[in-house]
Design a protein around this ligand. Structure first.
Ligand code: SAM
Length: 181
């Protein structure tokens, strides 16, 4: 049993809770079963939550959470739906365990979404990205996202990765980006 070196989704929640000062508006870029959206809904005034799977969107909408807007569209279209800046953006990339692996996030749209997300992130805001590299598309996402992030301005953004060293080479990794305040 590990408290810190365990589940990267839980770690992302803990980091957001501890280090993010303003918790007004948040985006969940990958709604899925809604665990991250539940967390954001508890801690933020307003949450936008995206997924391309209608089933996931309907299931979450049925919870009727007052502060959550579910958007059944791809996360690379943030600007079509959101006209304000946000304090936090979370991604849990890949596919939903137990469902079709075909409906997975794709490196091109994931990267486009991350780029747009960084633009609408408030100073002091935090973006977290869980990347699952045990499948081909996940490996592409890892490589193109890390390639992009290692080149972004270090004055404007701090970027850290959390990666297991003594587990499988395909264990998931967590990327945390903080926008300079
Ligand atoms: C690993 S799951 C997310 C898990 C989720 N955060 C949770 O708490 O259960 C990835 C989700 O991303 C969704 N997805 C795939 N492509 C997407 C896209 N372009 N835009 C938004 N969501 C997408 C999938 O349908 C899937 O539900």
């Amino acid at each position: 049993m590990f408290n810190y070196v365990g589940d990267i989704s839980e770690l992302s929640h803990n980091i957001i809770n501890k280090y993010l000062k303003n918790k007004n508006v948040a985006i969940d870029g990958t709604l899925g079963n809604g665990y991250d959206t539940d967390f954001l809904s508890l801690n933020f005034n307003k949450v936008y939550s995206f997924d391309v799977q209608e089933k996931a969107c309907i299931r979450y909408s049925d919870k009727n959470k007052d502060n959550v807007t579910v958007i059944c569209d791809s996360h690379h279209k943030f600007n079509n739906y959101i006209t304000e800046n946000v304090d936090c953006i979370m991604y849990n990339l890949g596919f939903l365990p137990g469902t079709s692996k075909e409906i997975t996030t794709k490196h091109t749209t994931s990267l486009e979404s991350i780029k747009t997300g960084l633009e609408i992130l408030n100073p002091g805001g935090i973006m977290t990205i869980c990347i699952y590299i045990g499948h081909d598309e996940g490996k592409k996402e890892q490589s193109c996202i890390l390639n992009f992030l290692e080149k972004i301005s270090k004055k404007e953004y701090g970027v850290m990765i959390h990666q297991f060293l003594n587990r499988s080479k395909t264990a998931p990794m967590l990327v945390v980006i903080e926008k300079n305040s």
